[in-house]
Write a protein that binds this ligand. Structure first.
Ligand code: AMP
Length: 401
């Protein structure tokens, strides 16, 4: 019996299968370029790894493809689809309504629809995945796990924008924060690794999207992303926080409208915009190593924002016991970690150079023995967190097959 976790994007469907109870990962797959003439399907289990192309016109066909892979006799996994007893969905935006994961019913679907204005790219795609499951796995309980939910605890003084208050209320404008499932997983693991439930933790999720969270005793006290995932740190192609007057100037001088500038801040900015090379951290590093000054500047800006946010969040938490790095960059780039932490010795942070540079994978400490602050690398595993929530929410359901 297995739990399926789905992360449904506008043209992609990622799926993972976890054994019920043990939550061991049994299979993982991704279908990309759904709706294009030819989609790419990658799939792996303990016994096989495969990649091929096929026509996948929509998400429902994508889910059908995933189910046929999971029940293929060569994959040795599920005899038939009745082996899937619950599905957990990653949902980007839960608005003010969802402060934790919930079982999906019509009311929840309507509420996710109502949040579309806050997550115009992701929520409709998440709903496509949910609807495909309703059609193809009828009667199987489904859970929604929201990227925003973990940050519902951020105090009002930290999540309110300093605009006329009536607009904040009228349009429900405030900082929601994202990557919540990742920060929650990191907080859980950091507590396990240190054996402490009262940690003052700064969690750094550094991937294509980047965000940080100040977490006290497992509770989010502040985070860098805002109303949308455009706010906060500099990212692969996103600018992060910016003086809004820049928008006005660009609209005037470049004859753009506000939508055009927002698109620019989302897709052509960040590492890509500054370096002019790429939004991919590795490519920017390579360019910097060959003397590209814009690439060097982009990397310096990238770590500067993270470093200054560590300072800010130390103030938020009244000190810091642990700093954790996750995401493609956070997990893999020892250079990024050491640049981010350089100059923070005054906070009692000391890296162990060798441990930082040893890329052995898995969760690990990389601070020196003398460091007052634990520094750790914790590989992201949002899917496991979604499976855990789904398992908990569906464990006692009589409707479960
Ligand atoms: P994610 O969104 O978590 O998959 O992370 C993607 C980012 O991680 C990209 O910018 C990659 O360049 C970066 N990344 C992945 N592997 C490495 C690595 N070994 N060293 C540096 N950056 C990496």
């Amino acid at each position: 019996m297995s739990i399926m976790v789905l992360n449904s994007g506008s043209s992609s469907l990622k799926f993972k299968i976890f054994e019920e109870g043990t939550l061991d990962e049994e299979a993982a797959g991704v279908i990309e370029q759904i709706g294009f003439p030819s989609a790419t399907i990658r799939y792996r289990t303990q016994y096989l790894t495969t990649e091929y192309k096929n026509s996948i016109p929509d998400h429902e066909t994508g889910l059908m493809e995933a189910l046929s892979l999971l029940t293929d006799e060569n994959s040795g996994l599920l005899k038939d689809i009745s082996g899937i007893t619950a599905v957990g969905h990653r949902v980007l935006h839960g608005g003010d309504r969802f402060t934790k994961s919930v079982l999906i019913n019509n009311d929840v679907i309507e509420a996710i629809e109502e949040c579309i204005p806050f997550g115009p790219l992701h929520n409709p795609a998440n709903l496509l995945g949910i609807r495909a499951c309703l059609d193809l796995l009828p009667g199987v309980p489904q859970a929604a796990v929201f990227d925003t939910a973990f940050h519902a605890t951020v105090p009002v003084y930290a999540n309110t924008f300093a605009i006329p208050y009536e607009y904040s209320k009228k349009y429900r404008i405030h900082k929601f924060g994202f990557h919540g499932t990742s920060h929650r997983y990191v907080a859980l693991k950091a507590a396990e690794m240190t054996g402490r439930n009262d940690l003052k933790l700064i969690s750094c999720h550094l991937g294509n999207g980047c965000s940080m969270a100040a977490v006290k005793g497992g509770v989010s006290m502040d985070t860098t992303m805002g109303l949308t995932p455009l706010d906060g740190l500099m990212m692969g192609t996103r600018s992060g926080s910016i003086d809004p007057s820049v928008l006005q100037l660009l609209c005037d001088r470049e004859a753009l409208n506000i939508d055009g500038v927002i698109r620019m801040l989302n897709n052509q900015s960040g590492l890509l915009g500054v370096s002019g090379v790429s939004g991919d951290f590795r490519h920017v590093m390579e360019a910097s190593e060959t003397g590209n000054m814009r690439a060097r500047l982009a990397l310096e800006m990238f770590s500067y924002r993270i470093r200054t946010t560590i300072g800010t969040y130390s103030a938020v938490l009244g000190g810091v016991d642990a700093i954790a790095f996750t995401g493609g960059i956070g997990e893999n780039s020892c250079v990024c970690r050491s640049e981010v932490l350089s100059g923070l010795e005054y906070l009692g942070i000391e890296l162990d150079k060798e441990a930082n540079e040893k890329n052995i994978g898995g969760q690990r400490f990389i601070n020196s023995g003398d460091s007052k602050v634990s520094v750790m690398v914790i590989p992201a595993n949002e899917e496991l967190m979604i499976a855990m929530d789904t398992d908990e929410l569906t464990r006692d359901l009589t409707t479960k097959r």
